[in-house]
Ligand binder design. Structure first.
Ligand code: GLN
Length: 416
């Protein structure tokens, strides 16, 4: 059986392909030259299965602000929350990413997702006395382990950003004047800019995001990289501040902790389930990718991913796969959402299914969400195409709609 997920992702890209609103970022000269039409999506499950679509899924671009949550998580892990929260707050700012602002009361940057907060957090890595080089290397090493491959820094892009970094330099001076950072302002911005200039692909970002979803264990390599507590705190801040002044609307409409970058990347992290990444360089006025936001809005609705929706349970999906003579019996259980359905399809593709007859027992399924139902039915249709005689045992009628994507109908049995 062939996994239907890449085709589904491709359909989503087709949905937004013609949307040409927004502009590529041009305050960093090298970014202004980016191809605005690039488009990619990748998705990585907490079990480490990666799916991607789009001609540009393996194109490298700079991580930019998507670096911020990961460096925040590293700082939390290295120093503990108390020391980190001494220099940065946890409140949404409702301001632009490069705003020159501090909390009125305690004079800290309001959160680690805006530049002021991210520059302060960058300075915590590898200790106060670290050289820029060692600090950047530590961050590059973290990103590489999160992506599961050696990543590199685009030094040219970093230099091009530094030439016009007056805004970030003034933020660093402001941080120094309040004793939040100790380094020379130029060095602080150099270190932060290098962090932002790490080259990643959309696939890398989906795996990095899935590591946060997975409580810090990289789901493909199996390496434990971050603590579960650091991931939880990071996701909390992403949900309230990851989309800057668009964060409230984003959480209401999409409902997935997220972080955008000005090179056009966008990640979404669904705790316990998924990391998703998109790439499309044209940005809206808040600096978020126009088509990326559209893709996430669509995905959230179609796949039932909104964190505040009631069908948000992660369950194994498959209760058992057994064999009785010529019959293979697949018993499902629990709530079948996208992640449960992916797990079911994955087991069906890897399991050596014997016999000629297949019964899908859904009597223990409490509910299907729309995407879960669609995927399980598609799996059944493909198994039928592959030569199995398939039937559903559904005494409670939880499947509700037995029509397959090709217009034919699933067979049912009353007993087996
Ligand atoms: N390096 C960029 C900056 O500091 C990152 C901003 C972003 O991606 N939103 O301006």
């Amino acid at each position: 059986m062939k996994m239907p997920i890449p085709d589904y992702l491709q359909e989503i890209l087709d949905h937004v392909r013609d949307e040409d609103g927004g502009e590529v970022a041009d305050y960093i000269p090298e970014l202004a030259e980016a191809d605005p039409d690039r488009l990619a999506i990748a998705l990585c499950t907490a079990s480490g299965h990666v799916y991607e679509a789009g001609p540009d899924a393996d194109v490298e671009y700079t991580i930019q602000s998507i670096s911020k949550p990961f460096v925040f998580a590293l700082a939390l892990q290295e120093l503990g929350p108390e020391a980190v929260l001494d220099v940065v707050g946890l409140e949404p700012s409702g301001e632009a990413f490069n705003e020159l602002s501090l909390d009125d009361n305690d004079k800290r940057p309001v959160n680690p997702m805006i530049n002021a907060g991210a520059i302060a957090v960058n300075q915590l890595i590898n200790g106060e006395d670290s050289s820029v080089e060692d600090r950047v290397e530590k961050i590059r090493d973290l990103f590489s382990r999160l992506a599961g491959r050696e990543l590199h820094i685009d030094a040219e892009l970093s230099a091009s950003e530094l030439e016009g970094a007056d805004r970030n330099l003034s933020i660093a001076h402001m941080l120094r004047s309040y004793d939040i950072i100790k380094d020379d302002a130029h060095d602080a911005v150099l270190s932060y800019t290098h962090q932002c200039s790490t080259l990643v692909t959309t696939r890398d970002l989906s795996v990095m995001s899935a590591t946060l979803a997975n409580g810090g264990t990289q789901p493909v390599t199996g390496e434990r990289i971050l603590s579960a507590e650091a991931c939880r705190l990071t996701l909390a801040v992403m949900s309230s501040a990851g989309m800057y002044d668009g964060a409230g609307r984003w959480m209401a409409g999409v409902g997935i902790p997220a972080k955008s970058g000005v090179a056009g990347g966008l990640i979404g992290t669904l705790p316990g389930q998924l990391g998703i990444a998109t790439f499309s360089p044209r940005l809206d006025t808040q600096g978020n990718s126009v088509r990326g936001v559209k893709i996430f809005e669509y995905l959230s609705r179609d796949m039932g991913l909104h964190l505040m929706s009631s069908d948000q349970h992660s369950v194994p999906g498959v209760r058992s796969i057994t064999r009785d003579g010529d019959q293979t019996i697949i018993r499902l259980q629990g709530t079948i959402n996208f992640t449960a359905a992916e797990n079911i399809l994955h087991q069906l593709t890897t399991h050596n299914l014997g016999g000629e007859e297949l019964v899908l027992d859904v009597s223990r399924v409490t509910s299907f969400n729309r995407m879960g139902r669609r995927m399980v039915k598609e799996g059944l249709r493909l198994l039928r195409e592959g030569g199995f005689e398939c039937a559903i045992y559904d005494p409670e009628g939880v499947v509700t709609d037995l029509e397959f994507s090709d217009g034919t109908t699933a067979d049912t049995v009353d007993s087996f």
